[in-house]
Every structure is written in C-alpha cells, then in structure tokens.
Design a protein around this ligand. Sequence first.
Ligand SMILES: [Zn+2]
Length: 381
Amino acid sequence: MWFVNETTPVTNVIFKVFTFVKKSLAKLKLNLYFCRRNFTMEIINLENLAANYQNQKETALFGKWIHYKHISPILSKLSDNLEVSVIGESEQNTPIHSVRFGTGPKRILLWTQMHGNESTGTKAIFDFFNCIAHSNDAIYKRILKECTVLCVPMLNPDGSFNYTRVNANNVDLNRDAVVKKAKESRLLRRVLDEFNPLFCFNLHDQRTIFGVEETLNPATISFLAPSEEKTRMLTKGRKETMNVIIAMNSLLQKVIPNHIGRYTDEFYPTATGDNFQKLGYNTILIEAGHYPDDYDREETRKFNFYAIVQGIYHIATTNDFTNYESYFEIPNNQKNFFDIIENGNKGYLYVDKIIDGKFTTEKKLEKEGDLSDFIGHSVNL
Ligand SMILES: [Zn+2]
C-alpha cells in the first residue's frame, strides 16, 4: 500500500510510517483481545469455507451490473432443490422472489439489492444457495437443521436493471421504512411481519471512498448494528446484533486483517435497519466495499459470502448472544479514499452508468487541492 503515498512530502511519509507501526501494535493487541473474547464462538475452518466457495460459486453471475435477467434462470434451476417463490412484484411489474430453506426454529431473513446498483450481496447469496443445495459440508447441514432461512435476493429489480440506487419511482427504499411509499418497501414489511425473524441481514455495497480508521486500508467489509433511536441506546436487541457481527468479524480478520470497518450508528429515522431493529427484529447491516484492484467486486463477493455463512452458522450454533463489547473494537469507517489521485492534488472517483444498454465507467474530478489526508486506490504522478 506504500505506493499510494509516493506523492506526499518525505516528512509526511515518515509520520505516516510511525503512525502505522504504532497502530499495527495496537491492532495486534486488539486481535489477541478478539481471540480471548471469542472462545465460545464456533468460527468456521477457513480452508473448508474457501473450498466450498471455490466449488459452489455461481459462475453465471459476474461484475457489478446484476439484474433480473441474470438471476431468473438461476432461480429456476435452484427450485429443484430449494423452495423458490414469487412473493410480489416491483413498480414496473418485475417478479420479486424469495428462496427458503431449513427446518429449524431460528428464523433468519435476508434481502439484497434494495439499492439496485449494489449487487455484491446478491452474488454472495447465490453462492450460499449453491452450498445449501449441493454441498455435503456439515456447516450447511447444521444451518438447515437449526434455522429456517428466507431470502429475498433482489428487492429492487427495476433499480437493478437501471443500475440506480432508487426504484423506478425514484424512491430510496432504505429511506422508506416509515412511509412505505414504494411497492417494494411494503412487500419487505409484509415479509418481515409474516416471517417474524430472530435476525435479519440487510445487504448493501459501499462506495470506494471508505477506509478503515487508523489504517491505510479500504473498508472491504463494514458492519453496523443500527440504533433504535437518537441516543443510540444499547438495547438487548442491538447487543444481540453486535454479537453476530463479532463472529463475522472474527473470521474476516483472519482473511483480510484490518480491512473491516464499523459504520456510524447515528440514528436514521427512516432507514430500514434502524426501524426493523426498533420493531424488535435484530438487523445486521453488511456493506461490501472495495478491495485493491477489485472493481468488479469479485474478491469482495467472496469475503461477503464468508461473512454471511459465518453469521448464519453462528446463529445456528449458539443460544448465547450476550457478548457484545468487542463490537466497539472494530475500527470506524472513514471517508479518506479516491479512486485516483493525480499529481497529489486532484482526486477522482469512477462513476458507473448504463449507456445504450452497456455498463460504462467514467472518471469524475471530485476534489482539487490539498489531498495529503487522502489515499488513492491508484496514483498518477
Ligand atoms: Zn445501499
């Protein structure tokens, strides 16, 4: 990662090296702390999980533009092994599906692509479906025995087709949990009420601008246990949500150490996670982010898959969700990256768009001036 700072003055680099060493020692202490704290958690063997991913990855899905035409044939195929249903439709009448499996008492609800242009969770969830349908690994047998899982793999198919955050009527579904103006928001709320889950997983993507505080790394995966009101009180439900996040973080720290961030828990009164948590449904936010040179989000997809499997496996294998304190040891997300820093004073971000039916990426100048506090995913001198 040092190349990213080539354009900064020498004294600045020395200061950053010193800070980095200091923080690395702190992280080492932190990792030992996590190891001590998590002795009751069953963390999945990484070799197993990597092999599962390799064998079961859904190869029909690739890249960032994932829409209904991509998932529709895969859902048909999956219906031989899993319970696939049409549960409603979007504002533009595209079917919205659910995939259900397991017979256990712990009910888990997941949804992906409520923001249409955030597809990493969808790819990861189809990899997980293949494991459930085809793997003989004990991990998935245990999940099927202990849990009943319901997943809505593309809540916003219109936004997914148009590659927009919003739905066809320009509604941000993640700011529509109270008014429920969108058909898709009403559908998700109906699924929540009827299914009555113990835990929810709300799967999103975050932009490349996010880094992990006190490191030089991008935030490849970030988590949040959302607040229920503006004082951010640590309710029993939030603590349980944090407990599941600790299990996911423990696994990921072994794979991508210090690339995991914690989102701000500022209360968003109209956001889905905040409102579901307030209603008593523990809701885990996972934000898939950037990994070096991975603009297709294919490496991050794997880490997202790891997090989902570990999170659900943890729910399957424990009844004690009280340990939450080390959640706060996960470093904060911060906005400190540009895609490109040019001449040390121009920060660019890539903007993805669909033009004439093709996925295109343009670079856009975002900030000009002193960028010494920023890092470039790439640097042009
Ligand atoms: Zn999102």
